[in-house]
Design a protein around this ligand. Structure first.
Ligand code: MG
Length: 162
């Protein structure tokens, strides 16, 4: 068995007049995240973790942020493609673990919705996606509410010929 991990991280600036979407879930909020696509930093980090696990580069190489095709795009399309690349290389995604770093919103009861959204995007059964939330404790750009960040790890496996 070939077992590999991947890690992804992303940060987006908080700004007025933009949607706030995390893990494919839209939040009611007077501020959102700046970015070329829908700026879903959690799905961007997930995309990088998937690509990293199979040595397939990063999100910027596959989906350049100056490509007009991706303006306002739902970031689930990046994750879906990255997952396809994982499978094309013979690997099966085992699990995903995520941390969202945000002073606001407090994710609270929406963690379950984010979890289910990621399970749906990846076609994973329940119990294979973890979502945790950390506030910035008032410290740094996260704590001051200037940015939201996400950290994601994945594990992928491939059966090797006997
Ligand atoms: Mg990003």
């Amino acid at each position: 068995m070939d077992i590999r991990t991947g890690i992804g991280h992303d940060t987006h600036r908080v700004t007025a007049g933009r949607p706030l979407i995390l893990g494919g879930v839209a939040f009611e909020s007077d501020v959102g995240l700046e970015g070329h696509s829908d700026a879903d930093c959690l799905l961007h980090a997930l995309c990088d973790a998937l690509l990293g696990a199979v040595g397939a580069g990063d999100i910027g190489e596959h989906f350049p942020d100056n490509d007009p095709r991706y303006r306002g795009a739902a970031s689930s399309i990046f994750v879906t493609r990255a997952h396809e690349i994982v499978r094309e290389r013979g690997y099966t995604l085992s699990n995903v673990d995520c941390i969202v770093f945000a002073e606001r919103p407090r994710l609270g009861e929406r963690k379950r919705a984010i979890c289910e959204s990621i399970e749906r995007i990846l076609g994973l059964p329940a119990g294979r996606v973890g979502v945790k939330a950390k506030s910035g404790e008032g410290v740094g750009s996260i704590g001051r509410g200037e940015a939201i960040a996400a950290l994601v790890t994945v594990l992928v496996t491939k059966e090797l010929p006997a």
